[in-house]
Design a protein around this ligand. Structure first.
Ligand code: ADP
Length: 343
């Protein structure tokens, strides 16, 4: 049974004025998140990501469709049962949402107070968690005294306080600089690995997906337009939206202007060469070209690691007799895709 399962989930907001159309924020979304997944949801602003999170957390009712956590449809639960369910779901936010009047430790204790834990137990649990996120020495500090990255780690400790099985991270790194973003993402990956939480990561940044998500769904105008293993979406995106997101991270194909510039600098025919870790390595491809006597220049692209796996996408300029070049390229073998770039 999937940990989280959405079937044909739709959320409509009524039009602000009569005669206007309602906003369909989430449009027949179906997806399954397995226990232990780090599941990424990516989309531009307004795609419906935050609404989806609020639906999963039963903070708002869906217009139609079912949302199951461990096989229980949360849309059908009583308000009391929904509150209970929500204690099993930790949330972290873009703006951290810490209480400035409370110390770091008492921020982490907050959900435990709400859940009626005894003071001694709360304190012990908060210390444990601050230790886990590397902020044991900041227990008595106040949020304002901390950097953004530290504040988000407090937010994460607070989200973990009541031992949830699911963590929802809504643009959790969007307010952070790249270095701090990586630290927070590494912490989320550690939470997934060591504590076994299922994590859903909502983001508009493909770098976030590349770094920690094992699976990804691409949203556009309320719909999931593409989903799959992160590696396969990165190496073989199908939709224009997915391709645009992939390009922000794997800038391995020249666009029209870049191509024109490259052609003015390099003679010969242009080919793109792509391979995955099942296929080949850069060395094998270059070795085969060299052995075949092809005179080539690498003009664009390179090799990336996505989820620890190799993905190569290169553009080469090749000079020489057309027949000899074609023959040489044909000897490179399986697992490597070679396409000529139309002149
Ligand atoms: P994202 O998180 O991807 O930026 P949102 O889920 O916030 O997207 O928004 C999706 C769409 O739903 C947008 O058009 C937004 O204006 C609309 N929307 C979101 N929340 C509400 C609301 N409470 N009332 C009316 N419209 C809303």
């Amino acid at each position: 049974m999937p940990h989280i399962s959405l079937r044909e989930v739709t959320k409509e907001y009524p039009a602000p004025r009569r005669g206007n159309r309602p906003t369909v924020a989430v449009d027949h979304v179906t997806l399954e998140v397995e226990r232990g997944d780090v599941f990424g949801i990516i989309g531009y602003s307004g795609a419906g990501k935050s609404t989806l999170v609020r639906l999963i957390n039963a903070l708002e009712p869906a217009t139609s469709g079912s949302i199951e956590i461990d096989g229980v449809d949360v849309t059908q639960l009583s308000a009391a049962k929904q509150r209970e369910m929500r204690t099993g779901v930790g949330m972290i936010f873009q703006r951290f949402n810490l209480l400035n009047s409370r110390s770091v430790r008492r921020n982490v204790e907050y959900p435990l107070e709400v859940a009626g834990w005894k003071a001694g137990d709360r304190k012990k649990r908060a210390r444990e968690l601050l230790d886990f996120v590397g902020l044991a020495d900041k227990a008595s500090a106040y949020p304002e005294q901390l950097s953004g990255g530290q504040q988000q780690r407090v937010g994460i400790a607070r989200a973990l306080a009541a031992n949830p099985e699911i963590l929802l991270a809504d643009e959790a790194t969007s307010a952070l600089d790249p270095e701090t973003t990586d630290e927070v993402l590494d912490l989320l990956a550690r939470i997934n690995r060591e504590l076994g939480l299922t994590i859903m990561v909502i983001t508009h940044e493909m770098g976030v997906i590349a770094r920690i998500a094992t699976k990804v769904a691409v949203m556009e105008r309320g719909k999931v337009v593409e989903q799959g293993e992160t590696y396969s979406v990165f190496t073989n995106p199908q939709t224009t939206t997915a391709k645009r997101f992939v390009r922000t991270v794997v800038r391995n194909l020249p666009d029209g202007d870049e191509l024109a510039e490259l052609r003015s600098q390099h003679e010969g025919r242009f080919f793109t060469i792509s391979f995955t870790d099942e296929g080949a390595t850069e060395a094998r491809v270059f070795g085969a070209l060299a052995r075949a006597g092809v005179d080539f220049n690498l003009v664009y692209g390179g090799v990336d690691a996505i989820q620890g796996r190799v993905y190569g996408l290169l553009t080469i300029a090749v000079r020489g007799d057309a027949r000899a070049v074609d023959e040489a390229l044909s000897t490179i073998g399986s697992g490597v895709t070679i396409e000529e770039v139309a002149a």
